[in-house]
Design a protein around this ligand. Sequence first.
Ligand code: SAM
Length: 285
Amino acid sequence: MSAAEVRAFLERHGLLANRNLGQNFLCDDTVAARLVELAGVGSDDVVVEIGTGLGILTRALAARASRVVTFEIDSGLVRALRQEGRLPETVELRHEDALKADLLGLVKSVKSDNTPVRLVANLPYSVSGPMLRRILDLRGDLEDWSVMLQREVALRLLAAPGSRDYGSLTVLHALTVSVTKQMELSGGCFFPAPKVRSMFLRIRPLSEPRLEDAGDELAWLERVVRAAFSQRRKTLVNSLRGGAPELLADPEAIASWLEQGGLDRRARAESLAPDQLLALARKLR
Ligand code: SAM
């Protein structure tokens, strides 16, 4: 599907690309096929896709996988796709908000007969942060997930401590998954072309989980690191005090704990490695 074909499709159905829904559609079938290859999709796999768009990636996925379940929030696109009969029979198109859909229930039900489930998506950039966070909750049941992201967001997942991009999303990923850069794309591969570059990442759950499932340690860690990074220029203790005062009954105890661990009591969150932030979260619990 070329940019001209994407434009013609939208015009035929009286649709406009909606920026609020992150609608920058891939318009290169060769790239779509390459993404499916890089995602490691096999013939036994069921693939969950977020954001069907015009179905270019969906069709490439269906050419390899046994089944694809794809979510699209935009009723205009869903109607257009159904009218044109553009998706193969092995594709189930769900008109749902993927931020609210029961993805965990879906993945668990597919996986119950040992079918491998992967998630592949050219994520809507407008909501990529919350989507990435939701997908992390599927880490116990997905083989892996491969996502196209705005380059700036992708760099946050790959960032090292102390760098500008290092933040809560980095820490949550570093402690649960491994992230590999697969490909970088220019805006010209999409219609309309975004001003930013994109990066395709493959994300695999750690073979030896670092977090406890019991008591949902990820949710607790998230609370702590979001507060820790809420005021990046302040010290960790002051940022926690501002971001989640209810977590910090005794600021002095935390300052001493930092010192005992060989850190400066005035350290900022960004200077702590993911392991140190996990230790802090456990200390605060
Ligand atoms: N997969 C297509 C492609 O590669 O061309 C479309 C990708 S486009 C970047 C993102 C798609 O996600 C859009 O079609 C948009 O309408 C859809 N979308 C946005 N928010 C969504 C949500 N909360 N749930 C499901 N789909 C969503």
